[in-house]
Design a protein around this ligand. Structure first.
Ligand code: PHE
Length: 343
């Protein structure tokens, strides 16, 4: 019996070693270890005819043979699958420290948000506070409080969305109403900026949107004059577009300032030489500004004989477009990932 077992073991190991493929291995497994008529199984069935001592000895050897053949089968199987035993084991390793969540792609800021937060940082560093105001605004704050009384023709400068069945309410057309809200709330002296969403009832094209972002600035203190305004605007323009950027201010009427100006910066593309983007002028309009009208200061509860101030309002979308060379305003809010993912 022992000799038979040994012979069978050698036979099995040689055959397994020589096996050419997995099917072959399966046949061998059946032939030697098969539960019903495997050769080793059959031999082991004969154990019960042996005497007690011989049975014990042969039983132990038979088990060894069975284990050796099973191991050889497993090793060969891995070898045929191209994996070594240790590789097979380490592939089974379970890393319990690994997160059970799949990796998430990290998000990023929209270009408009990048410019807005960049400017918030700049103005905070100059001692301004960042203010907020409602987008659904009263007619009073949007117009009357900033020196545009009812029926005044200046209301036509901005095409307004009025609220149906709620006369006296509008979607704010600019961030200027927050000038008066801030003065009423904080009084003078005051330094603040107001980034925010505004709405205008106008046809959209490459440069106009019905929903737009503005950044308002307001400074009220004793002895504030026009050169303070110019200094702040230059600081902003150079921060955004580089140290060589020039600012040009030319008279323009806004009811809430006196004098009022429109502000331009040297074209980022041609550096003032004149090109397609600046329509050959070398300048790009980015804002309206001026010294706060005494009527507006009064409306804010501030005495214009003691205090003076300046305000400016720039198109934040426009600043973003100029900063990144975007020539179509509508892509900013279209939600197209091919655009947004470039930033
Ligand atoms: N509110 C003006 C606009 O929307 C811009 C502006 C702000 C002009 C402050 C002067 C002073 O066009």
């Amino acid at each position: 019996m022992l000799a038979d077992l040994k012979k069978l073991k050698d036979e099995a190991l040689t055959a397994i070693n020589a096996a050419a493929d997995v099917l072959n291995l399966e046949e061998l497994e059946n032939r030697f270890l098969g539960r019903k008529s495997g050769e080793i199984t059959n031999l082991m069935k004969g154990l019960k005819e042996l005497a007690v001592d011989a049975k014990r000895e042969a039983g132990a050897v038979a088990n060894e043979v069975k284990t050796a053949v099973a191991e050889a089968l497993a090793t060969k199987r891995n070898e045929l699958a191209g994996v070594s035993q240790s590789e097979a084991l380490s592939a089974e390793k379970l890393d319990i420290t690994q997160s059970y969540l799949p990796p998430v792609e990290q998000g990023h800021y929209h270009p408009s948000t990048l410019v807005q937060t960049d400017l918030e940082d700049l103005f905070l560093s100059m001692g301004f506070v960042v203010l907020d105001g409602p987008e659904l605004e009263s007619d009073y704050y949007n117009f009357t409080a900033v020196n545009v009384p009812p029926e005044h023709p200046a209301r036509d400068m901005q095409d307004t969305f009025y609220i149906k069945n709620h006369s006296g309410w509008v979607m704010r057309t600019h961030t200027s109403p927050v000038q008066v809200r801030a003065m009423q709330k904080y009084g003078a002296p005051l330094r603040g900026i107001v980034p925010g969403k505004c709405f205008r009832n106008e046809a959209t094209d490459a440069r106009h949107e019905h929903t737009l972002y503005q950044l308002e600035g307001i400074v009220v203190d004793k002895n504030i004059n026009f050169s303070h305004l110019k200094g702040v605007l230059e600081a902003m323009a150079r921060h955004l577009y580089g140290a060589n950027t020039q600012v040009r201010l030319r008279p323009k009427f806004y009811p809430f300032v006196e004098p009022g100006v429109n502000g331009e910066v040297t074209c980022f593309l041609c550096a003032g030489q004149g090109c397609r983007v600046c329509k050959k002028s070398g300048w790009l309009e980015i804002l309206g500004a001026g010294m706060i009208h005494p009527n507006v200061l009064r409306e804010g509860g501030i005495d214009p004989k003691i205090y003076s101030g300046f305000a400016f309002g720039c198109g934040l979308d426009r600043l973003t477009m100029l900063k990144y060379g975007i020539d179509e305003i509508r892509v900013l809010k279209a939600g197209d990932l091919r655009f947004v993912n470039q930033f």
